[in-house]
Design a protein around this ligand. Structure first.
Ligand SMILES: [Ca+2]
Length: 301
């Protein structure tokens, strides 16, 4: 899931400006309501998406005893919604377990279920297609549920419940469990108990948001940005962080666009405006412990 450069929600309740670390840009205009004080709330989704990055170490530390052969459990923690874990068809209580590496303050868990094209459409007994010949369709009139149990643990042996939706009666393809105060845990486990049509459980993302107890990464160094044509630039840098937020704009203090990358130190951006003469870039490094802001560099042209 990528939220880069886009305000995820368009309501006062979830407005990013109410985040305690948010600062209005120098050109904010009170005439259009830019400085209107947001209403006080106890917790916010923007806290999670702007202040906490996924704390699971990508492509590692995930367990599952039975997966389909070509859709392993790792697909649930690769930050790619186009890939998913698919439980083995024989597994009647499929589960996923994420090891965060050490104890972390967990503030939210996002669960993204996936539709797997491998589910062969088969009409229920007695059902008929309606509509034009050759273009018929079947309309399901029953309600289905997706049931699951989310647990956490400090040692992988003793578990406590974060959220129990085994009897929720809903079929949400995406769900978010928020713990505003944060809970201390090293392991997160998802057990899927019910799916529509009894299909094998498929999860494209089991995303744990929060903060670890170690140090933030070192700053990205040797940042070089070269504009290869009017609308394209190539950005390279060095560092050993889990991921980077590449921000750019037409002034050093107006870096309003961003692109997030994991496990990479290069990025081609094809989103520049040809009639803008100068661009500036900053590369921020992050890991589960924090964010290290980079230096602003001018894009060579
Ligand atoms: Ca995925």
């Amino acid at each position: 899931m990528q939220l880069c450069g886009v305000r995820p929600y368009f309501s006062d309740k979830f407005h990013i400006t109410k985040h305690p670390k948010y600062k209005y840009p120098s050109d904010a205009d009170p005439k259009n309501g830019a400085l209107r004080k947001p209403p006080p709330v106890q917790s916010t989704l923007s806290d999670i998406f702007s202040a906490f990055y996924p704390v699971q170490k990508l492509k590692s530390a995930i367990r599952n005893p039975a997966s389909s052969q070509d859709q392993p459990a790792q697909n649930a923690v690769d930050e790619n919604i186009r890939t998913w874990w698919k439980a083995a068809a024989r597994d009647k209580t499929p589960w996923l377990q994420v090891d965060l590496g050490d104890s972390c303050s967990v503030h939210a868990v996002q669960i993204n279920f996936a539709d797997d094209m491998g589910l062969a459409p088969q009409l229920p007994q007695g059902a008929r297609l309606v509509g034009e010949a050759g273009r018929g369709r079947y309309i399901e009139e029953r309600s289905f549920c997706t049931g699951w149990l989310l647990e956490a643990s400090a040692d992988g042996k003793s578990w406590f419940i974060l959220e129990d939706k085994r009897n929720a009666g809903t079929d949400l393809p995406h769900d978010l469990v928020v713990k505003p105060e944060g809970i201390s845990a090293r392991y997160i486990r998802l057990t899927v108990t019910d799916t529509p049509y009894g299909a094998p459980a498929c999860v494209s993302g089991l995303r744990v948001f929060g903060r670890g107890q170690g140090n933030a990464p070192g700053q990205a160094v040797k940042v070089k940005a070269l504009r290869t044509d009017g609308m394209t630039m190539q950005v390279n840098w060095q560092g050993d962080a889990v991921g980077y937020e590449v921000l750019w704009g037409h002034r050093p203090d107006k870096l309003y666009h961003s692109y997030r990358v994991f496990a990479s130190t290069e990025l081609e951006i094809r989103a520049l405006m040809a009639d803008v003469e100068h661009y500036y870039v900053r590369v921020d490094a992050f890991n589960k412990n924090g964010i290290t802001v980079g230096e602003v560099v001018s894009v060579e042209w």
